[in-house]
Design a protein around this ligand. Structure first.
Ligand code: UD1
Length: 356
């Protein structure tokens, strides 16, 4: 079984690490890793390969940043060439980025079966590129590995029943595998002079927040008005937009501590010791649940509805009053059901693919 894995963005390196690890142990599996180069900064890409022990990519496409059309187009052309020469049995894609969509379209054009990890998620907001990427990818896929029952239901509503498996969430596998090593090895609390549970963690990178001056300004205003110590690792996109919109003064504030994007071990350490997490990231919403840290989501909707239903996650959009009120009213819920599986998602996915 020859699997061609397409990755390109930071969360995909994290997700792919566990499946690559399991594939290495399967005698009849051969994995070829293609990195599109969607994320290319060292601290967005190579540090993850090193820390999570991902094999070096066999092919690096170097597409870099561009408008969605250009970026996906560049990926498609290069992926097609590689798929024709590698001739994989399966193309494996993760999540909902432009790299996911390009991998699926290239494979579909060549009639290569597609496996989609993190299938079935929906925000029901087609303005988000991620929503379009995941809908299109799901409809092209032959194996759809869903993290939750809600994801299975979403696919059913769109008429997708064949090849659907509820396997649990791959990010939970990664967290279980690396958490204790992360807590042992990371010095980030010391480096940033943070005391456990005496700070909040925030991340913003979604286009709907970063590319809209009004929303970005409103979120930064909320962070200032919270009057609590907030650690804010800056995604390159967010940093550029803050500068371009002339908002740098808003993050130069005594209670806001900005940092460069964090390595996985540092992020997990800082997240697990945070009082509250405020984020627009899908991955961090899940990780905050897994780490039992309450989350305030800086979006109007979420794909991870179970985290909201269980009371661990709260939607606050980009409205400063709502954000501050939500943070101040937070209570730690009594219940914490296992929403994301048993940490054996990678094993299950590899076994299903092997049986095919
Ligand atoms: C992408 C995904 C998003 C995912 C996120 C994780 C899409 C549509 N979005 O968003 O779903 O949650 O990755 O981080 O695929 N940049 C750099 N260096 C880098 C990477 C990006 O400077 O290594 C800057 C560039 O200015 C670029 C901008 O960030 O234009 C946005 O990068 P891009 O890859 O287009 O999307 P993300 O915002 O990272």
């Amino acid at each position: 079984m020859k699997i061609l894995t397409v990755v390109g963005a930071r969360p995909q390196f994290i997700k792919a690490s566990m499946i690559s690890d399991v594939l290495k142990t399967r005698a009849n599996a051969d994995e070829v890793i293609v990195h599109t180069g969607q994320h290319y900064d060292d601290n967005m890409s190579s540090v993850f390969f090193k820390q999570l022990e991902l094999p070096k990519p066999d092919h690096y496409l170097g597409v870099g940043s561009a408008s969605p059309g250009k970026q996906i187009g560049r990926m498609l052309e290069k992926l097609e060439r590689i798929m024709v020469s590698v001739r994989p049995d399966i193309v494996l894609v993760y999540g909902d980025t432009n790299s996911t969509l390009a991998g699926s379209i290239a494979a579909a054009n060549l009639h290569i079966p597609i496996a989609h990890v993190e299938a079935g998620l929906r925000s029901f907001n087609k303005k988000m590129p991620e929503e379009r990427n995941r809908i299109l990818t799901d409809h092209l896929s032959d194996w759809l590995f869903c993290p939750t029952p809600a994801a299975v239901k979403n696919l059913g509503r769109e008429g997708i029943h064949r090849g659907v498996y509820q396997t649990g969430d791959i990010m939970y596998d990664v967290l279980l595998h690396f958490k204790s090593r992360a807590l042992q090895q990371s010095n980030i609390l010391k480096e940033l002079s943070l005391s456990p549970k005496h700070y909040d963690l925030t991340t913003i990178h979604r286009a709907e927040n970063t590319d809209d001056t009004g929303r970005l300004k409103a979120i930064l205003k909320a962070l200032q008005q919270l009057k609590r110590k907030v650690v804010f690792p800056l995604h390159p996109r967010t940093k550029q937009k803050i500068q371009a919109f002339g908002l740098t003064h808003m993050i130069n504030h005594p209670s806001i501590k900005t940092t460069k994007p964090l390595r996985y071990f540092d992020l997990i350490t800082i997240a697990s010791e945070a009082n509250t997490i405020l984020t627009d990231s899908g991955g961090l919403q899940k990780e905050s649940y897994m780490l039992k840290v309450p989350c305030v989501t800086l979006r109007d909707e979420t794909e991870w509805t179970e985290t909201v239903e269980t009371g661990w996650n709260h939607l606050a959009g980009a409205d400063p009053k709502k954000i501050i009120h939500t943070v101040q009213a937070l209570k730690i819920p009594q219940v914490h059901p296992p929403l994301f599986g048993d940490g054996k998602t990678a094993e299950k996915i590899c076994t299903i693919l092997e049986r095919s």
